[in-house]
Design a protein around this ligand. Structure first.
Ligand code: FAD
Length: 473
């Protein structure tokens, strides 16, 4: 009887799982393994909100495997040690896994593969998370793309490369408490000890939750995605980001589901603008793979000469707490704290305030997001921050500094989003919800703080710093 280990990582699902699919086709018995080894993941290790998600996602995967007569073997510690011990205990001949493209994990996986292959164990790896792998898309000159639109033109031709796979018929290694290192999920202590995650209850981590979110989105917001995706007061986007980060659903499944649905319903919603956003996700993985130092360094080296302001602990704290006195920014930061998620438009605004008006280094914001977002994802987060800061690939031109007041008036016209998250301003009349400082008496009575910075003078200062950068030797 031949046995294989399927090493689950950021692919916490059973359907459209290339490694599981291949292992089930080639072996009689499958051992499903998850190794909790955050120290091997570097900057990509889950933060506090990510750990909350991981706990529930592992539990969901374990429940699916138990319903099929097996279990998820959860081990804490070194990945290589865990694999070796499990190989010895089960007689497994091969290890199957889906690839991850983060620099630390690329290196770790190469080491694990080398060590196991030297011991006679076959290691098979697959693409389980992208429409097309980073190596497969190159410019005519043979290098990586640095601009999104031409990258997307090529990537788009791969979206329908294959149909998603169903869950294979699985013969799982029987439930056994004797497997080496096996620990209960609870013992990983992934859940917060304080009660700050109670607002996360609206999420349903796991494969079933991901599918439910996709169906909800396709039934409702997809038809208005182009306009709706910029309005933070509405559920105008899919909220699939944490499910995608943990691989509870694949982009291949998403595209196939939307294609089928469009074919069934004439005049169905056009999925293209949404697929293009998923293209940005692939672009960020692509950039991280080809430019691995950009997790900390500016993508554009000319930006190394930029004069950031001195680190301002007080301003940073008020930004984190949602007390900057700029309503749309505070609404976003409070939404983040309460739910582990923030609307994309608002992510851009809070990042712009921090990196441009306050001129705090983008890595400070990146770190906070990494700890507090349930969808924290090294590639997307770094690209998002560098894009807003102006130091990234295909970044927003530096001189386009968001004005949070006019953005708020445009995308949250009646202030519904602000009123929800900033209760001090729930009854603010008219324009004051966007700029309460315009009526000092109202501001005082509301208990809402004065703005941390003057938007106009801080914008000028940022532009001056940028002009100096361009003239730097
Ligand atoms: P939808 O609009 O429904 O989009 C569908 C999917 O496409 C998303 O789930 C995501 O996987 C991908 N996507 C959409 N927009 C982007 C984008 N601009 N860049 C890359 N992928 C995109 N996204 C993360 O998943 N993790 C992060 O840590 C993260 N950090 C960010 C930090 C900053 C400063 C900014 C500006 C953006 C960041 N984003 C991040 C991108 C984006 O804000 C989120 O992916 C999006 O808000 C998730 O909501 P959704 O699933 O409803 O998106």
């Amino acid at each position: 009887m031949s046995t294989a280990i399927v090493w689950f990582r950021r692919d916490l699902r059973l359907a459209d799982h290339p490694a599981l699919h291949a292992a089930a086709a080639a072996h009689d018995r499958i051992v499903a393994l998850y190794v909790h080894a955050p120290e091997e993941e570097g900057q990509g290790a889950p933060g506090a909100a990510g750990r909350w998600w991981l706990h529930h996602s592992l539990a969901a995967l374990d429940a699916s495997l138990r319903a099929r007569g097996g279990q998820l073997t959860v081990v804490a510690g070194s990945s290589l040690d865990a694999l070796r011990a499990l190989i010895a205990a089960t007689g497994a001949e091969a290890v199957y896994l889906n690839r991850i493209y983060e620099p630390h994990l690329v290196r770790r996986d190469a080491k694990v593969r080398k060590a196991l292959e030297a011991e006679g164990i076959a290691v098979q790896s697959f693409n389980g998370s992208l429409w097309s792998e980073p190596d497969a898309i190159v410019t005519k000159q043979g290098g990586p793309y640095k601009v999104f639109t031409p990258f997307w033109r090529v990537l788009r031709t791969h979206v329908e490369d294959r149909a998603p796979w169903e869950v294979p018929r699985l013969s799982l290694y029987p439930v056994s408490d004797d497997l080496p290192g096996l620990v209960p999920i609870d013992s990983l202590a992934l859940l917060p000890t304080l009660d700050w995650a109670k607002g996360f209850a609206e999420w349903t981590p796991g494969e079933r939750g991901a599918r439910g979110m996709l169906e909800l989105f396709a039934d409702d917001a997809l038809a208005h995605y182009t306009e709706g995706r910029d309005l933070p007061a509405r559920h105008g986007t899919s909220r699939l980001s944490p499910h995608l980060h943990w691989g509870e659903i694949s982009p291949i499944q998403i595209a196939a589901f939307l294609r089928e649905r469009a074919a069934k319903r004439r005049n169905g919603a056009d999925p293209e603008p949404f697929l293009r956003q998923l293209g940005w996700r692939e672009f960020s993985q692509y950039l991280l793979y080809h430019f691995p130092t950009t997790t900390r360094k500016n993508f554009n080296p000319a930006f190394d000469a930029f004069r950031w302001a001195r680190r301002d602990a007080h301003a940073l704290r008020r930004w984190k707490e949602g007390r900057t006195g700029i309503p749309i920014v505070d609404a976003g930061m409070r939404e983040l704290w309460a739910t582990g998620w923030m609307h994309n438009r608002v992510r851009m605004l809070v990042a712009s305030l921090l990196t441009k008006n306050l001129r705090q280094h983008w890595t400070l914001g990146e770190r906070w997001f990494r700890d507090t977002l349930v969808d924290a994802d090294l590639a997307n987060n770094v690209m998002g921050w560098q894009w807003v800061a102006g130091s990234g690939a295909d970044a927003a031109p530096y001189f386009r500094i968001f004005n949070p007041v006019s953005q708020s008036e445009k995308f949250d016209p009646d202030g519904a989003y602000i009123r929800r998250w900033v209760p001090e301003l729930a009854d603010a009349p008219g324009r004051l919800v966007h700029a309460p400082w315009e009526d000092p008496a109202f501001l005082k009575a509301s208990g809402y703080p004065l703005p941390l910075v003057d938007l106009k003078t801080s914008r000028e200062a940022a532009l001056t710093a940028y002009r100096n950068l361009r003239h730097a030797p």
